[in-house]
Design a binder for this molecule. Structure first.
Ligand code: 8X3
Length: 258
């Protein structure tokens, strides 16, 4: 028996990074998985691996969380045996650029706001339609240290993660009498594709972000999510702020010299 045997979890942005690691850890613990991402080919590969390694039961869904109608219809038309969602991990999100506002790209701002804030809302609303009647569930939102403090160039990304924090707190209050727990995980530096996406494929610049630091891995975050969702029913972990041991804030980082 795994810690999540008999539970069904929906994970957004499951094709890479923290989402992929969460899919792996949840599969290991026996969860049934609805994996969503824009890149179905990647999901197909991942689910094949999880079926082989953990005998996992998996439904893949191509989903762009920015697509309001698409999100609604995909969740509304889930096969009956997949509608009983116990855990929602709102992981899909991205940072784009590190420019100051005066030099920023409004298209990048739209993309971050549409994905990190509006996308999270669309998915949450659609899943709550299924979760609320059964009076049982857990929503885990991926926030960030950028949702607690700001840094130059963080501007709009930070704003989206502050919004995730506000949405998380409001949701928690709204769902108190529905037996649905709400948690936010706020990581510092996690070495995934995050910085490669932020710097639009500039791998060297992305690598420099983590130079001299044993950064967190997607698996570190996935294990933390697992801890939160496997507490007894009366326990809700409201918020987890988690950083590498060499990071104290967005400004204080100790880099080891080579
Ligand atoms: C990412 C963390 O500090 O790079 O969510 O903005 S940071």
């Amino acid at each position: 028996m795994g810690l999540l045997t008999g539970k069904t979890a929906l994970i957004t942005g499951a094709s890479a990074g923290i989402g992929l690691a969460t899919a792996e850890v949840f599969a290991r613990e026996g969860a049934r998985l609805i994996l969503t991402a824009r890149r179905l080919e990647r999901l197909d590969k991942l689910s094949q691996m999880l079926r082989n390694d953990h005998n996992a039961e998996i439904l893949n869904l191509r989903l762009d969380v920015k697509n309001k109608k698409g999100v609604e219809s995909a969740i509304d038309s889930l096969p009956a045996e997949w509608q009983n969602i116990d855990i929602l991990v709102n992981n899909a999100g991205l940072g784009l650029g590190l420019d100051h506002i005066k030099d920023g790209s409004p298209d990048d701002w739209d993309d971050m706001i549409d994905t990190n804030v509006k996308g999270l809302l669309y998915v949450t609303r659609a899943v709550l339609k299924l979760m609320t009647p059964k009076q049982n569930g857990h929503i885990v939102n991926l926030g960030s240290i950028a949702g607690i403090e700001v840094y130059p160039g963080g501007n709009v990304y930070c704003a989206t993660k502050f919004a995730v924090n506000a949405i998380t707190k409001a949701l928690r209050a709204e769902l108190l009498d529905k037996n649905i727990r709400v948690t936010t995980i706020d990581p510092g530096m996690v070495e995934t594709e995050f910085s490669i996406v932020r710097f639009k494929g500039d791998e060297q610049r992305a690598k420099n972000v983590y130079t001299g630091i044993d950064a967190l891995t997607g698996t570190d975050i996935a294990e933390t999510i697992l801890f939160c969702v496997s507490r007894p029913a009366h326990v809700n972990i409201n918020q987890v702020v988690i950083m590498p041991s060499q990071q104290a804030s967005t400004a204080y980082v100790h880099r080891k010299q080579k």
